[in-house]
Design a protein around this ligand. Structure first.
Ligand SMILES: O=C(O)C1=C[C@@H](OP(=O)(O)O)[C@@H](O)[C@H](O)C1
Ligand SMILES: C=C(OP(=O)(O)O)C(=O)O
Length: 406
């Protein structure tokens, strides 16, 4: 899809963004455990729909579940299905999902008593899971590959007889996602003790009828920050958000302040505006260990603005929808810039003028398409397989059209 920009007369834009997929997928598992939980504003993303569909059928009669590209659905269901006595299900996913490691979670669940076998390659989906009651109540787990393994254990913990104590080994990656899980559990009345090296989730059999409204997706908002940073003028009002967000990616507000964007909270929306006479820094250094999903957006905004950046804490990017470090290097360099990557960092060197008519490969990764789209505000480009955005943000292109990106 070729993208070009035709500035439009309106200067103030209003958007409503779909619910957070991370929050939605946590509450879907919790709703499976506690049916009197009522959910509003769930994400319309593929990743949420695929989980919702999997959980809508009687699991005792289900033979196979295919969760396509959804990492959270894969990890959360691995834990959840392990706890359903009488079920025997093959849990599989897309080709890429079959390359994303799951051994750490499977080992932890086996230690708790789960029965899980690898159908093809040791350590990777697909899995054959025979559900049973898990008996142990303490587990140690490596926390530096994916926080989703730990979230998966936390979500099933209330259903275990004695709850679960999870001891975190090594440096914890994507930590705000663990806080999000703890807060989701607490919001329905489950007790959680959370400290830097261990998490204890207490057992709970029932909850009071509870209604939850899912907050909009902060990772999706990052693309609007990028657009505004690359536009000459404008203000955006985006809903629906809470000042005390459960989402670690709300940090995007702090990061884009470094690129001249001010964020104000107003009841349930955020207002983004450009800081007047802002002087751009020549170089920015950021540690994104807590917020890995913002890396692509931020790197591409810096490319568009001609700001050198060094991003660290990116060791998990190689096991996401694609190897995002390599994908970023390949695609950014097509514009004439130089990118240096290590296993956990990316360094983007300055260039004076962006090459135009570049074709961006998206590697089946929604965030590659969405991160590069705002560059259309600066130069004509083409995004290959633009439909990938539906993994987290199906209305993305519609929203870009409203800004004049066609
Ligand atoms: O728990 C979650 O909802 C997520 C955790 C993060 O993954 P990792 O913990 O694997 O970094 C993040 O990248 C992903 O998009 C969503
Ligand atoms: C990494 C992501 O998702 P997941 O791991 O859930 O597939 C993402 O949405 O950027």
């Amino acid at each position: 899809m070729k993208l070009s920009y035709t500035p439009i007369k309106i200067n103030q834009f209003q958007f409503e963004i779909t619910g957070s997929k991370s929050i939605s997928n946590r509450y879907l598992i919790l709703k499976a455990l506690f049916p009197n939980l009522e959910l509003k504003g769930l994400s319309n993303s593929d990743d949420t729909q695929v989980l919702q569909k999997a959980l809508s059928k009687p699991l005792e009669e289900t033979k196979e579940i295919d969760i396509h590209h959804a990492g959270t659905a894969m990890r959360f269901l691995t834990a959840y299905l392990s706890t359903i006595p009488g079920s025997e299900i093959i849990l599989t996913g897309s080709e890429r999902m079959q390359e994303r490691p799951i051994g750490i979670l499977v080992e932890a669940l086996r230690t708790l008593g789960a029965s899980i076998e690898y159908v093809k390659i040791e350590g990777f989906p697909p899995l054959r899971i025979s559900g049973k009651s898990l008996r142990k109540d303490t587990i140690s787990i490596s926390a530096d590959v994916s926080s989703q393994y730990i979230t998966a254990l936390m979500l099933i913990a209330p259903s275990l007889k004695n709850g679960l104590t999870i001891k975190l080994e090594s440096k914890v990656t994507s930590k705000p996602y663990l806080r999000m899980t703890a807060q989701a559990l607490e919001s329905i009345g489950v007790k959680v003790d959370f400290d830097s090296h261990s998490i204890k989730v207490y057992s709970q059999t029932e909850i009071e009828p509870t209604q939850i409204a899912v907050e909009s997706d902060w990772s999706s908002v990052s693309y609007f920050y990028s657009c505004l940073a690359l536009m000459k003028t404008g203000t955006f009002e985006i809903s629906t958000f809470n000042k005390n967000s459960l989402q670690g990616d709300s940090k995007v507000a702090e990061f884009y302040k470094l690129l001249g964007i001010e964020t104000q909270f107003d009841k349930e929306s955020i207002q983004l505006s450009k800081i007047e006479d802002f002087k751009f820094p020549t170089k920015i250094e950021l540690d994104l260990n807590d917020t890995p999903d913002l890396a692509q957006t931020f790197a591409v905004t810096c490319l568009g603005l001609g700001v050198e950046c060094v991003l660290t804490g990116l060791h998990t990017l190689k096991v996401k929808e694609t190897d995002r470090l390599v994908a970023l290097k390949n695609e950014i360099e097509k514009f004439g810039a130089e990118v240096f990557i290590t296993t956990e960092s990316l360094h983007l060197k300055l260039i004076s003028k962006l090459h135009s008519e570049v074709k961006i490969k998206t590697y089946q990764d929604h965030r590659m398409a969405m991160a590069f789209a705002p560059l259309a505000l600066k130069t004509d480009l083409e995004i290959l397989n633009p439909e990938v955005v539906s993994k987290s943000f199906p209305d993305f292109w519609e929203k870009m059209n409203m800004l004049g990106i066609q």
